[in-house]
Design a protein. Structure first.
Length: 320
């Protein structure tokens, strides 16, 4: 049976993804409908990520398809996606991150939903979040929810003209550039739909406590610079203030207890698939300890983002 090739370009920014790439490459090769173009935008990997992609394509190349590793030294995710957009020629564009898994029918389901729709410009896949190991499960529960599913830009499929109309991704943001671009897509009149059976899997979380603290701080800093996540940021600050009050003010100890129970117990339970979350008692216990540290890191990142944003605004005023 002839392979089914679709006029789709898949754009994948990457930086030092040697551990996660084999999972994505395996899933790309297993697609029931394969893309015509694969564009990996390498920001300067030092772990051989580019060689892994090249060796994989040499062994797994399909007729009618092409795979390029684009050199994009120093590019952040938005810059990597822009580099891919500048090179692609396909009528449909999909955005993927290197640390994802794909269901075999991912692209086929997305194409059917987009081409069979009435006037939609984009289809979002359903992303399932599930951390592995005790630390990964705890971090997943505290952020997205262990076993939770929601639509996401990564894994999405767009008509090329809608992407061009929405403009480029912000290249100065390490995080939040996807949410900012989505706001621009919506503002430009883009219409989005969903393909619930097109599953992508988010599995890889920071491997250590220190790496998790850094990720939470950096993400929040750039979310502030991107101008996204304001409501959740305010809620996090209020909850953290309760916890601090419980520590600093002896008479308000109950606020600290409420904070820990709310943030470390109730919130992960609310976000997660309950059976999956409760199946790992060690992750549940670790989440209770991790929550305050991650919230402090998030607060510090938010402060850094506000300072950077204010400094940038002040400098622009000084230059005008």
């Amino acid at each position: 049976m002839a392979e089914r090739i679709a006029d789709v370009a898949v754009i994948i920014p990457m930086l030092n993804e040697a551990e996660t790439l084999p999972f994505l490459l395996r899933d790309l090769a297993a697609q029931t409908v394969r893309p015509r173009e694969l564009l990996f935008s390498d920001a300067g990997s030092s772990d051989g990520s580019a060689r892994i992609v090249s060796a994989w394509w040499e062994a797994a190349a399909w007729e009618g398809g092409s795979c390029q590793v684009l050199s994009s030294p120093g590019a952040l995710p938005g810059g990597g996606r822009n580099r891919g957009l500048a090179q692609c020629t396909a009528r449909r564009i999909a955005f993927i991150d290197a640390g994802l898994g794909l269901s075999p029918e991912w692209l086929e389901e997305m194409l059917e939903a987009l081409d069979g729709s009435d006037g939609l410009d984009a289809i979002y896949a359903q992303c399932r979040f599930q951390g592995t190991g005790v630390l990964g499960a705890a971090l997943c529960g505290l952020s997205y929810g262990q076993g939770a599913e929601r639509p996401a830009l990564v894994g999405s499929l767009f008509k090329q003209e809608a992407v061009r109309r929405s403009g480029l991704f912000a290249e100065h943001l390490r995080a939040g550039e996807d949410l900012r671009w989505t706001k621009g897509f919506d503002a430009a009149g883009g219409k989005r739909g969903r393909a619930p059976r097109a599953l992508i899997h988010y599995m890889f979380f920071p491997p250590s406590f220190a790496a998790a603290i850094r990720k939470w701080r950096v993400y929040e800093k750039y979310a502030v610079l991107a101008g996204v996540g304001g409501r959740s940021r305010l809620l996090s600050c209020l909850l953290l203030a309760m916890g601090v009050a419980g520590v600093v003010i002896p008479a308000a100890w109950f606020l600290g207890v409420l904070y820990l129970l709310g943030r470390g117990v109730a919130d992960p339970l609310r976000r997660s698939d309950r059976r999956l979350w409760l199946s790992s008692p060690a992750a549940v216990a670790l989440a209770l300890l991790l929550a305050p540290a991650l919230d402090v890191a998030k607060l510090w990142g938010g402060i850094q983002g506000c300072v950077a944003r204010f400094s940038g605004a002040a400098s622009r005023v000084g230059e005008s």
